[in-house]
Design a protein around this ligand. Structure first.
Ligand SMILES: NC(=O)c1ccc[n+]([C@@H]2O[C@H](COP(=O)([O-])OP(=O)(O)OC[C@H]3O[C@@H](n4cnc5c(N)ncnc54)[C@H](OP(=O)(O)O)[C@@H]3O)[C@@H](O)[C@H]2O)c1
Length: 254
């Protein structure tokens, strides 16, 4: 198999799905993981048909460290030379003050955004080191650079991603493995529906009155980072809607 391989976590929706589509168009073979296998299978079939690539789709909850290491350890040999890992699976859950926050929401965010990203990275990096190749794209957030009202624990998890992104680069660049963080502002995906536990009406209000980013905007930034020459590492990119100058500020039209 001579094509390059990308492993994308959270490929069933939003930014992960858009990134899978863009990398398929660039002739990458794709390892696609998420919890919703039906959505993954549908996407995989469509990309194989449209772009003639190969896919390896598996149901995976990145919070399950045994399942993560089993999946990577059991990859068929032809799928082991992973060129690009997109650590994208993540979520916000709830938007409350610390004293009113739901501790189950906190657990889900910490377990997914920090520990899930760590488990996947821990499993994939040995393969990258073995093949002396690789590029890790960590999807952070403007919430990892700033904080906003009631963002507390989500912001903390994304600040952790920012720190881990820098640590990974320090440790891995010598192998040479590239490490990049992409920090988006407001992107309209399923993100807010998930944050508000399925309340689509409340989620829609997040994107009212201004032009938000779309998942393709982020996929294009990922492709920019991935397609630089070998000697160039994009450390991080922060990408915002023009109408969102800071995490907690959006200029909305009436
Ligand atoms: N949208 C924004 O405004 C925004 C801004 C900054 C950063 N981000 C970050 O961008 C990343 C992608 O979010 P999105 O906006 O594309 O949201 P999305 O449309 O809700 O997609 C999230 C993806 O993550 C997957 N996922 C969630 N929990 C998972 C788990 N435990 N195991 C495996 N996969 C899991 C979901 O798949 P399943 O449900 O099928 O598992 C889904 O494919 C996240 O890290 C998010 O924090 C988003």
């Amino acid at each position: 198999m001579s094509r390059k391989i990308a492993l994308i976590t959270g490929a069933s929706a939003g930014i992960g799905k858009a990134t899978a589509t863009l990398l398929a168009a660039q002739q990458y073979n794709l390892i696609l993981v998420a919890r919703r296998l039906n959505s993954l299978t549908e996407l995989a079939q469509q990309l194989e048909k449209q772009y003639g690539i190969l896919t390896y789709s598996r149901q995976l909850d990145v919070r399950n460290k045994v399942a993560v290491s089993d999946l990577v350890n059991e990859l068929p040999e032809e799928w082991q030379k992973i060129n690009v890992l997109v650590n994208n699976a993540g979520l916000a859950s709830g938007l409350n003050t610390i004293d009113e926050g739901d501790t189950n929401d906190w657990d889900v965010m910490i377990d997914t955004n920090i520990k899930g990203l760590l488990y996947v990275t821990r499993a994939v990096v040995p393969l990258m080191k073995k093949h002396q190749i690789g590029h890790i794209i960590n999807i952070g957030s403007i919430a990892g650079k700033e904080i906003y009202n009631n963002g507390n624990v989500y912001c903390a998890t994304k600040h952790a991603v920012d720190a881990l992104n820098k640590s990974m680069r320090l440790e891995l660049s010598r192998f040479p493995i590239k490490v990049t963080a992409i920090h988006p502002g407001a992107v309209e995906t399923e993100f807010s529906i998930v944050r508000f536990h399925g309340d689509a009406e409340r989620a829609a209000k997040v994107y009212e009155g201004f032009e938000n980013l779309v998942a393709d905007d982020i996929a294009e930034a990922i492709w920019f980072a991935v397609s630089r020459p070998a000697h160039v590492n994009i450390n991080e990119l922060t990408i915002m809607p023009t109408a969102q100058p800071a995490a907690g500020m959006i200029h909305r039209k009436a």
